[in-house]
Design a protein around this ligand. Structure first.
Ligand SMILES: [Fe+2]
Length: 185
């Protein structure tokens, strides 16, 4: 019995008549993908500035441990933004960085944690929405975003835990908030 081997169909290379003029232009991302990734770059910078402001506020109020935590958060948001831009560049798209909100006023640590949870949950929904849009049109970018969906899931879990921990203390009592900060960061 003859065993037929599976051979995937790949396009036959086009013969180039004049090699000096015949450099192929490599593929790029379609406009929907670029638009989606640009929105997510904006979100990552928004998150960076939020955590940067939170770190400044905590440092100023002498919440030393949580200040260090937000320092790390701020720099990882920059890494996420960089990753999106490098992906665009890998596919020959010059990334554009949208303008975003940079100023934040905080009253207390609880407000910062509440805001961080809302922001991370919003980002998780945005990455899920972006991914479902790209699933049918651009599977390569869909796969690339898998890491970002995982990052967002972990962030939502992390801040959800912090909200649950805040309920364990009287967050109107400064000393208990300090205990929360010393215990959970
Ligand atoms: Fe991020």
């Amino acid at each position: 019995m003859e065993i037929r081997k599976f051979r995937p169909e790949i396009p036959t290379p086009t013969k180039i008549d004049n090699p000096t003029e015949g450099v192929i232009t490599p593929s790029t991302l379609d406009s929907e993908t670029v638009s989606i990734l640009t929105d997510r770059i904006k979100d990552e910078y928004t998150a960076h500035y939020y955590y940067r402001s939170a770190a400044n506020w905590c440092r100023n109020k002498n919440y030393k441990k949580v200040a260090s935590f937000f320092e790390v958060e701020a720099s990882s948001e920059l890494d996420h933004a960089k990753g999106l831009q490098e992906y665009m560049d890998d596919f020959n798209v010059m990334p554009q960085i949208p303008v975003t909100e940079t100023e934040h006023d905080f009253e207390n640590l609880v407000e910062i944690i509440n805001g961080a949870y809302q922001m991370e949950q919003g980002l998780m929904k945005a990455y899920n929405q972006s991914s479902s849009q790209l699933f049918t049109s651009d599977l390569t970018t869909f796969d690339f975003l898998k890491e970002y969906r995982e990052i967002q899931k972990q962030a939502v879990i992390e801040y959800s835990d912090l909200l649950n921990a805040l309920v364990l203390v009287d967050y109107n009592d400064k000393f208990q908030v300090l205990y929360f900060e010393q215990t959970y960061f």
